[in-house]
Every structure is written in structure tokens, then in C-alpha cells.
Design a protein around this ligand. Structure first.
Ligand code: PLP
Length: 403
């Protein structure tokens, strides 16, 4: 009963993980701003700003665009429970733990769920979805643009085409890709798109930006049955985020401040510059990793998700020992594999604020030291050297493009 708990003093980590990513100091300052009520007239303006910025980042005019008071998994849940009801069919493209999660959550609805799968490390083939849906009435086709468990990028366009043929809505998880990878919700006609705040937006975890097309809104309006979740029923949640600003639940006001500031930073940089930054930093990271003699899980460069690089753990090297030494000696956190990839890969995240040249070079130098200590023969300085070369090459390329 007399135990004294000390003041909170978390270590200052460099989070090169697949989320959360480290945050800009401006976002910390926004978090510490004075709390106001969620119906305060001033806060309503802050909500307007949040929605304006979110539409810019999703590149959409969708009315129904808002942050859900939930982590990224809440975005999955909202997408499937609002669309699926008794008698419906869904096709979910599964190529990793998070796209599998979409299938699992969809299986909690009364709809029939078909998984179309690809091995971890590859995107699902849109042709397989076409085959699976042929002659059936499909309500949604779901996929993850960025599959964080394996570092795989899926190109949306082919799936839009197939969803059109099947008369289905297209649901896209951009938790690991929004603000890092090209995405145009309106132009690519994504019907429901959701993300997480803790990855390439570099805000704290705990919110899920979501946007819904007018066509999907119409599907919500014409449901025959109630949405199975009260909390995630988007039509009632929009009473608060819509023009009436009516109480629905108490939102995390301070997280909304932080998200607003993080999104301001995204738009100050510009989406295209940000996409390019993520691309160039991952190329340098990959050059360094390969020069150290390590292999990547995702073999085809076009399939690599710029925010998460999956590195095969060499034989005889202990996954946890490497990650622990990086943390203890360099304050750098990277992630291990999930599910069937546990102890087989490391996942290095370069997301949002963390996708920086200085961090790539620091990581490669630290990794060299750790791998040598763990008994792997690594050519001295090769990782950093190859990354420097990659940056030099990228800059000359960029100069050519801009001329
Ligand atoms: C692609 C993807 N979808 C969904 C999620 C779930 O998000 P959260 O952990 O914020 O609930 C994650 C988390 O890493 C993810 O990477």
C-alpha cells in the first residue's frame, strides 16, 4: 500500500518499427495544449481543420471523412460492419497478418467471407479475385495497400477493375501506407479507405482516419438490418463529425490536436515530396542491407512497401539478441516477424518522421556493429557505403527529373 510510483520517464527511442513511429516535437507540443470540451465552439473549428487536412491527405472530396476514436483495427471493423449484413458476400485479399485480420473481422458478421490468398512476401493476384468472384454477387473486395507483416505493397488499380466487374465496393487498408505511398482515393475510386495515426502520419496511436465514398454511404443508408456495432456505426458517428456536431461519444480531444498538427506537417512537406522521401530512404536502406550480405523477404522491387522493409534473419543469428542489442546499445527499436514469419524476419520501419537519411545511416552503422558482435561476418562499412552511394545516385536522378 505504501509503494511509491516514480514520475513517468520513458526512454527516448528511435522507433524504426512498423509503427508507431517517432514524432515531430510540434506534435508533442500539440498534445500538451489545454484541454477543451468536445462540444466547445473553438473545438468545432479544430474538428473542421482536422477534416480539411484529412481530405487533403486521402485526396478526396468525400463528405464522410473523419478520425475514428480507435486504432487501425477499428478502421477495419468499421469498414466491414457497416457494409456487410446477412446474405452478403465478401472477398478479402489475404497476404499477411493484417489482411488476414480483415477476413477475421468480416467473419464476425453474418456475411459469407472468401479469402483469396498469396504467400507472405507477395501481393494477391487480381486475376484470382476475378476467378473467385465469377458469377457471384460480391458486396466488398477488401485488401491492404501496405501489408505491414511482410512489407508488401499492393497496386490498387487492378482490384478496382475487378471490384467494378463484380459490382463490389472496394475497401482499402492504408494503415501502413497513407502519407508515404501514392494514393488518390477519389481518382482511384476507393469506396472505403482507412488508416492509423501512428505510422506515416507520425501522430500518437489511437485514432483511425477513415473516408467513405457517396456510393458506399448509399449502401449504408439502404441496409436492411442494424449495424452490429453501435460504436462503429458510421452514420450515427457522423452526427458528431457532420455539420450538426451532435454528441455521439467523447472523442480523444488531445489526440485530435496532435493529429491536426501531424497532418499540418504532412501538408507543409507536400504529399509528392513525402512519397519521394519514403521511396529514396527505403532504396538507400535496401542498398545498405544487401551490401551487408543480408537478404530481403520481398524479392520483386515493385512489390516492396516503402515504409516497412522485411529482412531475412541469417542462419545462426538470434532474432531477439539482435533486436535487444540495438535497443540497449543504440536506443533503436526494430520489430520481429509476426505469425509464420516470427523469428524469420526483422521488420525495419521508415515511416513519417522516421524516414530520414540520418536515421538510415545510423541504423546501418549500428546494425553492422550488432551483427558482428552476434558472430556474423559483415564487410566493414559496406552498408553505410552502399547507402551513401544510393543517396548520391537518387539526388542526381532527382536533379534530372526537375530540370
Ligand atoms: C496494415 C495494418 N492494418 C491494420 C493494423 C492494425 O492497426 P492497430 O494496431 O493500430 O489496431 C495494422 C497495425 O500494424 C497494420 O499495419
Amino acid at each position: 500500500m505504501t509503494q511509491q510510483i516514480g514520475e513517468l520517464a520513458p526512454p527516448n527511442r528511435l522507433m524504426l518499427t512498423p509503427g508507431p513511429s517517432s514524432m515531430d516535437p510540434r506534435v508533442y507540443r500539440a498534445l500538451a495544449a489545454p484541454l477543451v470540451g468536445h462540444l466547445d465552439p473553438w473545438f468545432k473549428g479544430c474538428m473542421d481543420d482536422t477534416q480539411v487536412l484529412m481530405r487533403q491527405i486521402f485526396q478526396t472530396e468525400n463528405r464522410l471523412t473523419m478520425p475514428l476514436s480507435a486504432s487501425g483495427s477499428g478502421g477495419i471493423e468499421a469498414s466491414v460492419v457497416n457494409t456487410l449484413e446477412e446474405g452478403d458476400e465478401a472477398i478479402i485479399c489475404v497476404n499477411g497478418v493484417f489482411s488476414e485480420r480483415m477476413a477475421v473481422i468480416a467473419s464476425h458478421t453474418p456475411a459469407k467471407v472468401t479469402k483469396v490468398e498469396a504467400p507472405y512476401g507477395k501481393p494477391v493476384d487480381a486475376e484470382d479475385v476475378r476467378r473467385a468472384g465469377k458469377g457471384r454477387k460480391i458486396k466488398i473486395v477488401g485488401l491492404a495497400q501496405g501489408e505491414t507483416s511482410s512489407g508488401v505493397l499492393t497496386q490498387i488499380a487492378d482490384f478496382r477493375k475487378v471490384a467494378d466487374e463484380l459490382g463490389a465496393l472496394l475497401v482499402v487498408d492504408t494503415v501502413a501506407s497513407l502519407a508515404a505511398v501514392p494514393l488518390h482515393v477519389d481518382r482511384e475510386r476507393v469506396d472505403i479507405c482507412f488508416s492509423g495515426t501512428q505510422k506515416a502520419i507520425s501522430a500518437p496511436p489511437g485514432m483511425s482516419p477513415i473516408t467513405v465514398s457517396p456510393r458506399a454511404e448509399e449502401v449504408f443508408r439502404t441496409r436492411k438490418t442494424k449495424v452490429q456495432s453501435w460504436y462503429f456505426d458510421l452514420t450515427t458517428a457522423m452526427n458528431y463529425w457532420g455539420k450538426d456536431r451532435l454528441y455521439h461519444h467523447t472523442p480523444p480531444v488531445s489526440l485530435i490536436y496532435a493529429l491536426r498538427e501531424a497532418m499540418r506537417i504532412v501538408m507543409e512537406e507536400g504529399l509528392e515530396a513525402r512519397w519521394e522521401r519514403h521511396r529514396v530512404n527505403q532504396l538507400a536502406l535496401i542498398a545498405g542491407i544487401e551490401a551487408m550480405g543480408l537478404e530481403l523477404l520481398v524479392k520483386k522491387p515493385a512489390d516492396r512497401l516503402p515504409t516497412v522493409t522485411a529482412v531475412m534473419i541469417p542462419d545462426g543469428i538470434d532474432d531477439a539478441k539482435v533486436r535487444n542489442q540495438l535497443l540497449d546499445e543504440f536506443n533503436i527499436e526494430i520489430a520481429g516477424g509476426l505469425g509464420p514469419l516470427k523469428a524469420k524476419i526483422w521488420r525495419v520501419g521508415l515511416m513519417g518522421h522516421c524516414s530520414q537519411k540520418a536515421y538510415v545511416l545510423l541504423f546501418l552503422a549500428a546494425m553492422e556493429k550488432v551483427l558482428i558482435d552476434q558472430g556474423l561476418r559483415v564487410p566493414s562499412g559496406a552498408g553505410v557505403g552502399a547507402a551513401v552511394q544510393s543517396y548520391t545516385h537518387a539526388h542526381s536522378e532527382a536533379a534530372v527529373v526537375s530540370r
